[in-house]
Design a protein around this ligand. Structure first.
Ligand code: AQP
Length: 327
């Protein structure tokens, strides 16, 4: 199967990005044709610092590799290096109903968060995301829960395109991890952990002391019991999910292990598990930092391989939409 997914270079990667998306990618790359992008054109729909942006983009490539994405197995590239993404996005803009875009919850959330910069790109973000996916004739899109609505839109755009212009685009399916599809904020467990709200995050490259501090400070609930109850105990439930995914122990096993123990004992043990679990990513990130030539070579190769696939789709799309081809 062909797989596509991406992450915006809007900040450092956090354990939500890892558990919701990257962990699935690492498994999928073993037996599938995988394409993973750093979607820089999405990141510029919110305020960003253009002076350091290229460094942030490169640092995402480092984090991808440090997490275990393998350029020998997967195509790893930067979205803006393959111009066909924006070309297809324009064409899909003429297919996607305005009403569908108005329903997107991420646009509503982000326009509240960035009141002074509600630009057309932010509104059209899901169309570019549809193009990112459809340009590779993708079968499967592994993402966290928050991106489900956007993948659904990509599916409906593909269906509408095919109905109007002939069977050209593969209609992709979304895949969420069974657990960890929505890791919640450490400071407010009713909200999603988000790169653009750094206080909500445990970053993949946080140092041991920071991990300990953040976990000990994480918002918990009234009461004393370490039990999973998403409605009454969202804080502890979120921490139990994280603990389970990093330790390999089920939530039931953890509830048993921490029966009669207090929040502080639980959090100390979780912090230790996270410090150990994230150590390889921290170490590899340090190893790869300052190896710009090597990283750029991977991204260049990735872009070339991606472009071959993308230009083949574009030729079909252009033809089916009746755009003139000159010899
Ligand atoms: N909290 C989360 N739990 C599980 N999965 C998550 N993802 C994001 N947050 C969580 C998944 O990570 C992938 C990359 O997301 P993105 O950077 O493209 O955009 P996002 O979903 O908007 O992620 P952030 O961290 O919240 O970034 P900002 O703050 O820039 O918007 C996706 O597969 C996403 O589902």
């Amino acid at each position: 199967m062909r797989i596509f997914s991406g992450i915006q270079p809007t900040g450092q990667l956090h354990i939500g990005n890892y558990l919701g998306a990257i962990k699935q990618w690492i498994k999928l790359q073993e037996t599938n044709e995988c394409i993973f992008s750093i979607v820089d054109l999405h990141a510029i729909t919110v305020p960003y610092n253009s002076k350091v942006f290229s460094e942030v983009v490169l640092s995402k490539a480092i984090e991808y590799l440090a997490c275990g994405l393998d350029p020998e197995k997967s195509i790893i590239f930067i979205q803006s290096q393959v111009k066909e993404h924006t070309e297809l996005a324009w064409l899909l803009n003429t297919v996607c109903p305005l009403g569908d875009l108005r329903r997107m919850t991420q646009f509503k959330d982000k326009s509240k968060k960035f009141k002074n910069n509600i630009n057309a790109g932010l509104f059209n973000y899901p169309v570019l995301m549809a193009a990112d996916i459809l340009i590779y004739q993708t079968d499967l899109v592994p993402v966290g829960k928050d991106q489900g609505q956007h993948v659904e839109l990509a599916r409906s755009v593909a269906k509408k395109f095919n109905k109007t212009f002939g069977n050209v685009l593969t209609v992709p399916k979304v895949v969420f991890p069974t657990m960890g599809a929505k890791i919640m904020s450490l400071e407010d467990p009713t909200k999603k952990m988000s790169k653009s709200t750094p206080a909500s995050c445990l970053f993949l490259i946080d140092e041991p002391k920071t991990i300990e501090k953040k976990i000990m400070r994480a918002t918990t609930d009234s009461g004393k019991k370490i039990v999973y109850d998403i409605k009454k105990k969202p804080g502890i439930s979120n921490l139990l999910t994280i603990y389970s995914l990093f330790s390999g122990h089920s939530i039931k096993e953890l509830e048993k292990e921490f029966k009669g123990k207090n929040y502080s004992e639980f959090k100390k043990s979780l912090a230790k598990t996270l410090i150990n679990g994230l150590e390889p990513i921290r170490r590899k990130t340090k190893e790869l930092t300052n190896r710009d030539v090597y990283i750029k070579e991977i991204l260049n190769k990735g872009a070339k391989r991606a472009q071959v696939l993308a230009s083949s789709t574009m030729e079909k799309v252009r033809g089916s939409m009746g755009l003139l081809k000159l010899d």
